[in-house]
Design a protein around this ligand. Structure first.
Ligand SMILES: CC(C)(COP(=O)(O)OP(=O)(O)OC[C@H]1O[C@@H](n2cnc3c(N)ncnc32)[C@H](O)[C@@H]1OP(=O)(O)O)[C@@H](O)C(=O)NCCC(=O)NCCS
Length: 318
């Protein structure tokens, strides 16, 4: 029986910064309001010309180094993103070229803020099925490109960044279980309306009913946490860490409360980069692995909720 295990992590945030003080000059808001409601202090913004695959490249190289692998060792490259460099080729193919390798399958996966969990689950299946030994799983976004900086209830959230993991075949799990869901009925609550097939490439900014999304997110994450624990027959107290999607500190606190977990065991990085959608879980994971908080053998729960709606969780032994 083979399983998948995380053997390396990486993260990258572009140099440009957008602080709450900067936003105070752009919209009618205050640092205090933003921090109280979201937990965010600053976002990173990709430079003009810096694309999602550029950010992904930095994070991928770090993850490969951490795993002690070369790009040529990869059997698959998966990029979760909502903000691809271009319509095609996929960002994964562009990343593959930047990594200087060819031949292995490379493709993008679109599940908005749940994208990383969906990509991790996909990679896990290819490894368990025996088709891959090492898979690069990336979440990368340049959300600043689709943010309406006149919409104060929305633009305060989003930032750019990339996170990556290497998932490798292992005799023991690793990824213990993954749980994925979607419900396409609520498009109007969170969407970017524009698209090529609708012949509308002008309307490419995020629209959100923040309060409604908040409510659905908290309830849905409650359910996915229950589902994951029940499926594995484990109790809350067995978890060492919660590594949540970094959407809003109040959503994260609600999940921590549900799990009866102290915030000391919740990895929170959103204050430093905002909501980076598919990049946020691997970014948070990378920070906590590198600073020594998350140690080999510990049990972590990751969960995410995003546009679609999509939601998912993964239980992982590090
Ligand atoms: C976006 C969010 C922070 C807004 O907070 P909220 O408490 O729901 O705020 P509301 O939209 O209800 O607005 C409350 C008031 O604050 C005002 N407001 C909105 N944005 C503001 C800002 N940036 N600064 C100051 N005031 C603001 C509103 O105009 C409203 O004023 P009113 O009461 O006079 O009408 C919050 O809804 C949220 O985080 N939702 C989840 C979004 C999310 O995580 N999406 C991604 C999922 S992956």
């Amino acid at each position: 029986m083979s399983f998948s295990r995380i053997t390396g992590t990486g993260g990258y945030l572009p140099e440009g910064l957008l602080t709450n003080a900067d936003l105070e000059k752009m919209i009618d808001t205050t640092d205090e309001w933003i921090f109280d409601r979201t937990g965010i202090r600053v976002r990173h913004i990709a430079a003009p010309g810096e694309t999602t695959s550029d950010l992904a490249l930095h994070a991928s190289r770090q993850a490969l180094d951490a795993a002690g692998l070369r790009a040529a060792d990869l059997d698959m490259i998966l990029v979760a993103t909502t903000t691809p460099d271009q319509i095609f080729p996929s960002t994964a193919c562009l990343l593959q070229a930047k990594l200087g390798v060819g031949g292995c399958p490379a493709f993008d996966l679109q599940a908005v803020c749940s994208g990383f969990v969906f990509a991790l689950a996909t990679a896990d299946q290819f490894i368990r099925g025996g088709q891959c030994r090492h898979v690069l799983v990336v979440g990368a976004e340049t959300l600043s490109r689709i943010t309406d900086y006149t919409d104060r209830g929305n633009c305060i959230l989003w930032g750019d960044g990339a996170g990556a993991v290497i998932l490798s075949r292992s005799d023991e799990p690793g990824v213990i279980s993954t749980h994925l869901h979607a419900d396409g009925a609520h498009r109007a609550l969170l969407e970017v309306p524009g698209g090529v097939s609708r012949n509308d490439v002008a309307d490419t900014k995020i629209r959100m009913e923040g309060r409604a999304v908040f409510r659905v997110a908290v309830n849905t994450l409650d359910q996915i946490v229950d589902e994951t624990l029940a499926h594995n027959g484990i109790s809350k107290s067995e978890l060492d860490w919660l590594v949540p999607h970094q959407a809003n500190i109040r959503i994260i606190q609600a999940t921590a409360k549900k799990l009866a977990m102290s915030m000391d065991h919740v990895v929170v990085t959103m204050d430093t980069h905002g909501n980076t959608s598919a990049a946020s879980i691997p970014l948070a994971l990378d920070v906590a692995v590198r600073d020594g908080r998350i140690k080999p053998g510990e049990l972590i729960l990751t969960e995410a909720f995003g546009g679609g709606f999509t939601w998912g969780a993964a239980l992982i032994r590090m």
